[in-house]
Write a protein that binds this ligand. Structure first.
Ligand SMILES: Nc1nc2c(ncn2[C@@H]2O[C@H](COP(=O)(O)OP(=O)(O)O)[C@@H](O)[C@H]2O)c(=O)[nH]1
Ligand SMILES: [Mg+2]
Ligand SMILES: [Zn+2]
Length: 311
């Protein structure tokens, strides 16, 4: 038997055993798994974003997945209260890009911080896009919105689609990477993608905003190849990943600006809420740590603690 041609590819989409894979030559194939893999545990875990090897069936023109490469990262939706029942929403995301707007709609910092925690909890680098900057009366207004995130170590792109600003720099960080683009409705995600890649009709974040609203079924993530190389994840949104399963005790480490002082609280298991001699709260008092970010921490911590009580 001839071994047939082998190709390397990336899973773009798929459910129910049929997967759409983009080979490195750009051709897309609808494929299923080889019997051997199908029976293995890894079949259960094949996800959009996975790097796979493809082989051409010796009998027909069909392509099959023969192996799955180890993952660089995964965005997992964990079962509440434990590690079991984890479902991988998308594999090999290199970065999370969170879009918000200077106005229209007003920035919702709590939601931004929640997205950042999800990225940190999954150990995926994050950056922010502050869009609609032409609506600001002066640069100080923009800087005031960016500063908390920049001080926490996140790159912030200042962009405008209306008066083209920052678009080349944003496109440059998307090249050859797999990016999960997210953010509230109306901030300009679709406009940005269309400005960066005219003609690429992406529904970024729109599944959760419309189709999937109020449903229990999940629409899977889809990778969209970018003209310059790389992928953007067209996803129901990070909201569907959620923080489920993140232990409340690990939340502090998801705020990078807290990390330098985390060993300095009086209690080793300090939650930084009401404990005495808390180094995080001292940091907030001294304005080394942003009080808005700290407030997000307290809110999210309460949410996770509540969840832990329920399970
Ligand atoms: N003023 C201004 N409006 C923008 C900008 N980018 C997008 N918009 C507008 O914001 C609204 C929502 O944009 P859209 O791309 O649909 O947002 P999405 O929901 O995040 O995909 C539309 O009316 C856009 O024209 C911008 O840079 N400046
Ligand atoms: Mg949109
Ligand atoms: Zn503390």
């Amino acid at each position: 038997m001839s071994p047939g041609i082998l190709l390397h590819g990336v899973v773009l989409s798929g459910t129910g055993g049929i997967w759409r894979v983009r080979a490195q030559d750009g051709a897309e194939h609808e494929v299923s798994l080889r019997g051997r893999l199908k029976q293995s545990e890894r079949f259960e875990k094949l996800a959009v974003g996975d790097d796979v090897d493809l082989a051409e069936d010796t009998r027909g023109g069909a392509w099959r997945i023969t192996s799955i490469h180890p993952r660089r990262t995964q965005l997992a939706r964990r079962a509440p209260g434990g590690a079991r029942g984890e479902r991988i929403v998308v594999a090999n995301v290199d970065q999370v890009v969170i879009v918000f707007a200077i106005a229209k709609p007003e920035p919702h910092v709590r939601m931004i911080d929640r997205f950042l925690v999800i990225a940190e909890g999954n150990e995926i680098p994050a950056r922010l896009v502050l869009n609609k900057v032409e609506l600001a009366t002066d640069a100080a207004v923009v800087d005031a919105l960016a500063v908390d995130y920049e001080r926490a170590g996140y790159p912030v792109h200042r962009t405008s689609v209306k008066r083209p600003t920052g678009l080349d720099a944003l496109r440059a960080v998307l090249v050859n990477r797999t990016t999960a683009l997210t953010g509230p409705s109306g901030v300009g995600k679709s406009s940005l993608i269309n400005a960066l890649y005219p003609g690429l009709n992406l529904r970024v974040g729109e599944i959760s905003e419309s189709v999937n609203k109020g449903r229990h079924t999940t629409v899977g993530a889809v990778l969209v190849p970018l003209p310059g190389g790389g992928y953007v994840v067209d996803t129901p949104g990070l909201r569907e990943v959620g923080m489920w399963g993140l232990p409340s005790a690990d939340l502090d480490r998801c705020f990078p600006e807290f990390r330098p002082v985390l060993g300095e609280c009086r209690f080793q298991d300090c939650r930084h809420v009401s404990e005495p001699d808390c180094a995080v709260r001292v940091g907030v008092e001294r304005a080394d740590i942003s009080s808005a970010r700290y407030e997000s921490y307290v809110k999210l911590c309460a949410e996770l603690t509540e969840e832990e009580k329920r399970f």
